[in-house]
Design a binder for this molecule. Structure first.
Ligand code: DHB
Ligand code: FE
Length: 280
């Protein structure tokens, strides 16, 4: 049977993709950011997961104001890097796992989560930057990916509690997939950042770290953080962090932290990264 072996949380700042693509990851600005991912790169190489269920948000690359799915799951065979205005990133195409994608979609929908099913879409920095952070610059990504896109761009976005519950349902879905697969779940986005308006540039080290504390152990307090708290404390784009709760929800009652990293700033954003294991 398939199993969820670990969860990863990570920011997905587009500038990090530029740093990787232009070979600048060791310079004065990016060095300390990428240093915090070295542990994870070595760990991923050792773990060799088969599939990543990659929770991310599309930034008006695949979807736009015409169609705004709250939760959309990729059931396709292949996803191309999106053109985000400067041409598509020079990274490999992302191979899907259509059988697992369809299985999770069916399980979630029968479990009362009304997913949008996507067979074809391009994937933007929300998905490709975390792959680069974890795997560097391979000729081919070493994992298959089931993309799960969450609307955190246009109000109303899903609650943290709903996201956590979706994670629990994803765990049930993965566990009932008959193939023998090691599956990781990644939650991306955040941490604190605001890209617009009078508070543009807002960062909140203390709140971000409290949020990461809440992902470890057996507390479920993060489920009840209201939207207004993300907006006030973590900025308008800090709401991306509800996606980390899908990852946390999928890890069960208790987690152990294997690795954690925090750095301010990167572009307009606070970089947060955590690696979690489910604890029996
Ligand atoms: C930035 C961060 C994001 O999460 C994003 O999606 C786009 C830009 C930034 O800090 O520049
Ligand atoms: Fe983003």
């Amino acid at each position: 049977m398939a199993r969820i072996t670990a969860g990863v949380g990570s920011s997905h700042v587009p500038l990090l993709g530029v740093a990787v693509d232009q070979g600048k990851t060791g310079d004065e600005y990016f060095g300390p950011i990428f240093a915090g991912y070295e542990w994870t790169k070595a760990w991923e190489a050792e773990q060799e997961p088969d599939v990543v269920v990659l929770i991310y948000n599309d930034h008006a690359s695949a979807f736009d104001a015409n169609i705004i799915p709250t939760f959309a799951i990729g059931c396709g065979e292949l996803y191309k890097p999106a053109d985000e205005g400067w041409g598509p990133r020079p990274v490999p195409d992302v191979e899907g796992h259509a059988d697992l994608g369809w299985h999770i979609a069916q399980s979630l929908i029968l479990d009362d989560f009304d997913m949008t099913i996507i067979n074809e879409m391009d994937v933007d920095h929300g998905l490709t930057v975390p792959l680069s952070m974890m795997f560097g610059r391979p000729a081919k990504w070493p994992v298959k990916v089931v993309p799960l896109a969450v609307n955190v761009v246009t109000y109303p976005v899903p609650s943290g509690n709903r996201c956590w519950a979706l994670g629990e349902a994803i765990a049930r879905a993965v566990k009932s997939f008959p193939e023998d697969l090691d599956v990781q779940i990644w939650g991306t986005g955040g941490m604190s950042h605001q890209l617009q308006g009078p508070r543009a540039g807002l960062l909140n080290r203390e709140w971000d770290n409290k949020f990461m504390d809440l992902l470890v152990g057996d507390t479920q307090d993060a489920r009840s953080i209201p939207h207004i708290e993300y907006l006030r404390e973590a900025g308008s784009e800090g709401i991306e962090m509800v996606m980390w709760l899908i990852m946390r929800g999928a890890l069960g009652t208790k987690t152990r932290c294997l690795h954690r990293h925090y750095h301010i700033p990167c572009s307009n954003t606070a970089i947060g990264h955590i690696v979690l294991e489910p604890e029996a």
